[in-house]
Design a protein around this ligand. Structure first.
Ligand code: 6PG
Length: 470
């Protein structure tokens, strides 16, 4: 341990030396800050201190960590979201003093963050709910950071966050997202969009593979896509994945991976919150369902018994690219609609263009497309991305190919839940008339729930005895 006893000189204390905590601590340290660290498991703590060449101050307990910090103290929690955060806070808070700042950098449920912020505020402590994206590499060399909390709390940690955030031609990938649980809410929606992006690429891969492309050819297609409008981190890593050989010599590694996706909960939260907020996010929901259905592997295998593999006779990779781009616009239109609605519900002044900007680098959904979104917001597309003329023109241009791809998949029996959900979303949102007049009539017929006449500007509720014979 390199802890200097009696010296309160460290500018940040980091609790939790798992992969993310250790990487962030090293990143902050590399930017010239003195960092003290603590972890319940001694092995991880020693590993982190060793990795820093002894420059991280390893602390033997929480009290020592707090004692090592300069006032006002800044403590970053990098621990598993949920109960562990409350348990650590229960031990940590009594050791802190008014004006100290606690930052939670995990993927915490934003309502938990709101509660913790209230609880700490009652003790004169600041709390920041910090969304961190970028995985180990991002945390170590430049993540995208989504801090939420009071302006004073943000000001106290801004120098640290700004020092470590990723940097793009659009600036630093950090901004004060908003008050309250806004940071963790925004990170949750980031993850929902991450789910949608990943599912869409998986569907594109599935179709191309069913049309006969093997892994090296898929890598070429994804590499080509990565030089066009789909340019993004996820397309880039997918191309790299297709190039990886099975170390045991059984062909391409991706073909050996069990097709059962896991999840930690942020995608599910996004869909649940969207339902509560009355915002349709069908592309994200389709991505979530895609993971859930994939997890029923044994049943799928049993139900597929004896069926021949499903193939596509002919598929244009350019059409798939167009379909994926159209579906990406649809998914982000939904995600940003959720952010806009939540901002109103919770009284947060979220700057959507700023969010597109800080997602341009560091994070998992980083993509050239985020510049397109910033452009749309700059043109004033605050009423929804589909209302932006340039995005709408893109969608119109890509819709024919998108429809061909979805139709071919449906014909072949290949599931494309996110590609088709996005298309139906676009079609619904651009239909002046939908069949919900029948739904309203049905509701009134069986439950006297009333309906409105479409030509009644005053919107007076009507009820008719629909089931009485004419
Ligand atoms: C990030 C990621 C990260 C998330 C993983 C796994 O932005 O760095 O979103 O926070 O934990 O992507 O998430 P799932 O296990 O739910 O796929």
């Amino acid at each position: 341990m390199t802890q200097k006893k009696g010296q309160s000189s460290a500018e940040l204390g980091v609790i939790g030396m798992g992969v993310m905590g250790r990487s962030l601590a090293l990143n902050v340290m590399d930017r010239g800050f003195e960092v003290a660290v603590w972890n319940r498991d001694r092995e991880l703590l020693d590993g982190a201190v060793a990795a820093s060449g002894g420059r991280l101050q390893g602390c033997t307990d929480l009290a020592a960590l707090v004692a090592s910090l300069k006032r006002p103290r800044r403590v970053l929690l990098m621990i598993t979201a949920g109960k562990p955060v409350d348990l650590v806070l229960a031990d940590l808070v009594p050791l802190l003093e008014r004006g100290d700042v606690v930052v939670d950098g995990g993927n915490s449920w934003f309502e938990d963050t709101r509660r913790r912020m209230r609880e700490l505020a009652a003790k004169g402590l600041h709390f920041v709910g910090l969304g961190v994206s970028g995985g180990e590499e991002g945390a170590r060399h430049g993540p995208s950071l989504m801090p939420g909390g009071s302006p004073e709390a943000y000001a106290a940690v801004a120098p640290l966050l700004e020092a470590i955030a990723a940097r793009t031609d659009a600036g630093l990938c950090v901004t004060h997202v908003g008050p309250d649980g806004a940071g963790h809410f925004v990170k949750m929606v980031h993850n929902g969009l991450e789910y949608a992006d990943m599912q869409l690429l998986a569907e594109g891969y599935h179709l191309l593979a069913a049309s006969g492309l093997d892994a090296p050819r898929l890598a070429e297609v994804f590499e080509r896509w990565n030089r066009g409008p789909l340019e993004s981190f996820l397309v880039e890593i997918s191309a790299a994945i297709f190039r990886k050989r099975d170390p045991k010599g059984r062909g391409w590694l991706v073909d050996r991976v069990l097709d059962r996706a896991e999840q930690k909960g942020t995608g599910r939260w996004t869909v649940a919150v969207a339902l509560e907020q009355g915002v349709a996010v069908p592309s994200i929901a389709a991505a979530l369902d895609g993971r859930v259905l994939s997890s029923r592997k044994a049943e799928r295998v049993a139900l597929a018994a004896g069926a021949p593999p499903r193939t596509l006779a002919k598929l244009d990779a350019g059409d798939v690219e167009s379909a994926l781009y159209g579906a990406k616009i649809a998914a982000y239109a939904q995600g940003f609609e959720l952010l806009r609605t939540a901002a109103q519900s919770f009284g947060w002044a979220l700057d959507l263009a700023e969010l597109a900007r800080i997602w341009k680098g560091g994070c998992i959904i980083r993509a050239a497309f985020l510049d397109v979104l910033r452009g749309a917001f700059a043109r004033g597309a605050r009423g929804g991305l589909l209302s932006d003329p340039a995005l709408r023109a893109e969608l119109e241009a890509r819709a024919p190919a998108w429809r061909r791809v979805v139709a071919a998949a449906v014909q072949a029996g290949l599931p494309v839940p996110a590609l088709s959900a996005g298309l139906s979303y676009l079609d619904a949102m651009t239909s002046a008339r939908l069949p919900q007049n029948l739904v309203q009539a049905q509701r009134d017929a069986f439950g006297a729930h009333t309906f409105l006449f479409s030509d009644d500007p005053e919107g007076r509720p009507q009820h008719v005895e629909w089931l009485q014979p004419e």
